[in-house]
Design a protein around this ligand. Structure first.
Ligand SMILES: O=C(O)CCC(=O)C(=O)O
Ligand SMILES: [Fe+2]
Length: 213
């Protein structure tokens, strides 16, 4: 009988794509990648979000967490729908499969202790924005990494506004256009960021957090 050695059972395969993301995060606190998800998955997620929007299933996003939430239009103007992973449709399952793959890799290679994830669809109508903020709450610091995936289509123009602006401490601000399929990952507890006013069209995305404990 052949025995599997403990060291063999632990998968140690390196993923060069994830390694690039990790080194970006370690060096600058954020990473921008345009090929995280297949284009076809982004197209299907966009269809899902538009369907929720047409059924009026999106809700005005609140500030704070469940203990102290309030709706303040002058802070954020997006409409959201949390995705219940247990009730995920086949497209959302495919999305979460990749999230788990990435999360497991981070835990295995960086010992990040990420246990949970939470994601919501988001739609910013024309005229809305999200003021400069960080993604952790005063009474809850479990969010470690923020992930945003833009679901705008190929007709999205940089003149539509809605840029994500990152403010790394002591460095120049970074302006990121919400282009189709683009994924931005950053440290939830430290990196201040802002969504600039949407000037034209509706800005579509999925935003979520990888969390500890
Ligand atoms: O949509 C974005 O670019 C960022 C959204 C954001 O900062 C948030 O939902 O906390
Ligand atoms: Fe944020």
């Amino acid at each position: 009988m052949t025995k599997t050695l403990l060291t063999e059972a632990i998968s140690s395969e390196e993923n060069p794509f994830y390694e690039l993301i990790i080194s970006d995060i370690l060096e600058q606190g954020f990473s921008i990648c345009d090929t995280f998800f297949e284009e076809s998955l982004v197209d299907l997620l966009r269809i899902d979000l538009k369907a929720l929007y047409n059924q009026s299933d999106l809700k005005k996003a609140a500030i704070g967490n469940k203990l102290n939430e309030s709706i303040e239009k002058n802070i954020r103007g997006d409409y959201i729908q949390w995705i219940d992973e247990l009730k995920a449709n086949s497209v959302e399952k495919c999305f979460f499969k990749q999230i788990h793959h990435f999360k497991d890799y981070l835990n295995r290679t960086c010992f990040m202790g990420l246990l949970h994830q939470e994601f919501h669809y988001a739609m910013y109508p024309k005229g809305t924005f999200y003021q400069k903020h960080i993604d952790t709450f005063q009474n809850d610091d479990r969010r470690k990494l923020s992930m945003v995936c833009y679901l705008n289509d190929n007709s999205w123009k940089t003149t539509n506004g809605g840029e994500l602006v990152l403010y790394p401490k002591g460095k120049e601000r970074i302006t990121i256009y919400p282009l189709p399929g683009r994924v931005v990952i950053f440290e939830s507890q430290v990196l201040e960021h802002e969504v600039k006013e949407v000037l034209k069209e509706e800005r579509l995305s999925i935003t979520g957090w990888l969390k500890t404990r």
